[in-house]
Every structure is written in C-alpha cells, then in structure tokens.
Design a protein around this ligand. Structure first.
Ligand code: SF4
Length: 375
C-alpha cells in the first residue's frame, strides 16, 4: 500500500487567508475556486453534451489545445451528432482528422459512433463503466466524459493529472505502475466534493496544463502550494518519475511520386500504421533511385526516374521516417488488376487535395501538387 504524504497542516505565512480556507474546506474546494477564476475559455467548456465532450477529449489526447480548437469546431460542423458521424464514410472522417495524427483515434471514434447510433439506439452511455466498453475510450476518457457530461464522481487521470498528483502527494516512484495509478485513483476519488466531479477533474487538468507544467512549474501561482509535498521539498521538476522510454527506431523510406500524365499514383495503406490513409508509393530501406526502380519493377510497374526532390522527416511515437522524395514517370498506365490488388488509384490534383493523407506525407504532397499543377 502506498501512503501519500499530505501536508494539510503546513505552517505557512505565504497566504493566511488561503491557508485558513484550505483547512476549512479542503484542498479540492480551493482548487475548484481557483479554476472558476482562472480557467481558459475553451469551446468544449461551454457544453455538457456527451458527444461534444467525447470529441474534444479524444482530440486533446496527444494534441495541444490551441491546435485542437479549429479541428473541434470543424469536426462538429461536419458531424454535428453521433448519428451524423456514424453515417459518414470512413474516408470523410479521416479527412476531417487530417493533420491531427494518431488516426486510430478517428477510426475508433467512427466505430464507437456506429455502436451508439446502432445497438444503443442513439443513447450515449451515461456511466464510466458503460463508456469504457466503447472502442477508443480508456480509463481517462471514460472518467472525463462521465464526470463532465453526467457528473459521476470518478477521476480522469491523464499525464497532466499524474504529474500534479505526484508532486502534490510526493509520489517518488514510477507513476505508471498500476499500483501507483490505483492509489492516485482512490485518493482523487475520495477528494471529489459532492456534486463537483466535473469542476474537480477539469480543475486538476487545468492546473496541470497551465501551472503545474512539466518544466519550471509556476508554484508561486499555484493554489495548492501550501500543501504541496514537492513544493516543500523543492524537487517538483524531478517529478513525476517514470520508466525511461525506448527511443523511436529510425527507418529510411523512399516516397515515390509516380506520375502518369496529369495524375499521380496513390495507395491506401493496409498496414496498422496510418491504416486506410492514402500515401504515395513507399519503399522502406530502399531510398536510392535504382533500388526504388527495382522495387516497383518487381511489383509490375515500369518507371523512369526523373528527379530527387529532397528529404523530409516525420516522427511517430515509436518510429522516425527519414524520407527521400523521388519523382518517377510511369511509362504506362497501371492496369486495373494492379490498382485493385494494391488498393491504389491515379489521382489528379483535385482528388489529391480531397483525399485524406497523413501529415507524414505533407512535404511529398506539396511536391506532388507542384508537379501536377505545373504540367
Ligand atoms: Fe505543482 Fe508547484 Fe502547485 Fe506543487 S506547488 S502542485 S509543484 S505547481
């Protein structure tokens, strides 16, 4: 059993009023009061509609708030209800997600929308336990939706909240250990003031995002500093403790722009990484023009090398693509059997703009559009 150290009785002269308030009402009430004064005005904070809360929470995973705002508005405009999302073709959903990355999030959203709209008759699950059953909804997202949209007294523990908790409670061990997460969960659950789960969770997230930030936390502006273990110990920047991550593997990739008259060959990815998104011809580890020519010849395409258009780099969570963008001319129209077998198509510039391509293809797409539009 992990025992968190509370410093509720820290003698402190920094702010006697705050200190007295903390003793009287508990730290959660102080945190919520701070949140109500300091919170940023974000579009998803103006609604309790579970569908909108869900979309915002999925988008906010691994993406900055500033980047999410425009996507959130556009997505809800394109798919205003869970039924509209369920009825949309997957390519339209991926297109609306284009640039946000981590496309499995969009695919899971789509799958979950189909379940809500189909077997759940359009009724959004209204509890943590039921939400957890939907694809793409993990502990954090279920906690966030259940508390924000339905007021359920469950915590929502993401990386921000783990950081705040580790500092506040002085947890000096790996915060990703299941036993530690369980203990944080129990402690936070016990701290949620009655009827205030939504504000409590959002306040913790806001504190982690704006004050208790990873480097150089702004402790002087923190409403909880009087009871913060790490503040008292002076080691906030060393927390949270985590296992060192494995560095991502670097892979060389040739991005082959294969043009035929005013079109370019695109492939729908079958691999898990970037699944169902459109990419140009990719050959891993074969980045010189002759190796790429041989690679595509083995697959039935006869090409003529035209130009090396330079390099590009994309960092995924576990992988880095070091790309070489090569331009080839297709010497003959690929036949329909080839296109069918490889889930490929010849796209003109308008189609290229309309189809969902991952951010990893951004530089290559720009080069392709320049080629297609200059012909
Ligand atoms: Fe984080 Fe500093 Fe506040 Fe502690 S006092 S919770 S370290 S910002």
């Amino acid at each position: 059993m992990i025992q968190f150290q509370y410093r509720l009785s820290v003698p402190c002269t920094l702010n006697e009023e705050m200190n007295a308030n903390m003793r009287q009402n508990g730290w959660a009430s102080v945190l919520i009061r701070w949140y109500n004064q300091a919170k940023r005005d974000l579009p998803w904070r103006r609604t309790r509609d579970p569908y909108a809360v869900w979309i915002s929470e999925i988008m906010l995973q691994q993406t900055r708030v500033e980047a999410v705002i425009a996507y959130y508005r556009r997505f809800l405009h394109a798919f205003p209800t869970v039924r509209a999302l369920a009825d949309a073709p997957e390519q339209a959903v991926l297109k609306a997600w284009e640039g946000l990355g981590y496309y499995s999030r969009a695919r899971n959203l789509h799958q979950a929308a189909k379940i809500v709209s189909g077997s759940l008759s359009g009724l959004f699950p209204a509890s943590y336990a039921e939400l957890r059953k939907l694809p793409g909804i993990g502990d954090y997202t279920a906690g966030a939706i259940a508390s924000i949209a339905f007021g359920e007294a469950v915590p929502a523990i993401d990386g921000n909240v783990k950081r705040v908790a580790s500092r506040l409670f002085g947890i000096r061990e790996n915060v990703n250990r299941p036993a530690v997460i369980r203990e944080i969960r129990d402690t936070l659950t016990g701290a949620i003031p009655e009827g205030k789960a939504s504000e409590f969770n959002q306040a913790l997230m806001e504190l982690g995002a704006t004050v208790c930030i990873p480097r150089a936390p702004r402790c002087e502006a923190c409403p909880l500093r009087l009871l913060c273990d790490a503040y008292a110990a002076g080691d906030a920047e060393a927390l949270p403790m985590t296992e060192p991550k494995k560095p991502p593997r670097t892979v060389d990739v040739a991005v082959c722009l294969m043009t035929f008259q005013h079109t370019i060959l695109l492939f729908k990815r079958k691999e898990r990484l970037l699944h169902n998104l459109y990419v140009f011809g990719l050959s891993e580890e074969l980045t010189d023009p002759q190796s790429a020519l041989d690679y595509w010849a083995e697959r039935g395409l006869s090409l003529r090398f035209l130009a090396d258009l330079g390099g590009a780099r994309h960092v995924f969570t576990h992988r880095i693509w070091e790309m070489r963008i090569l331009h080839f001319e297709l010497l003959k129209d690929p036949d329909s059997a080839f296109l069918r077998e490889h889930d490929a198509l010849l796209a003109d510039s308008a189609q290229l703009k309309a189809l969902p391509l991952p951010t990893a293809m951004k530089a290559a797409k720009q080069a392709a559009l320049t080629i297609l539009e200059s012909d």
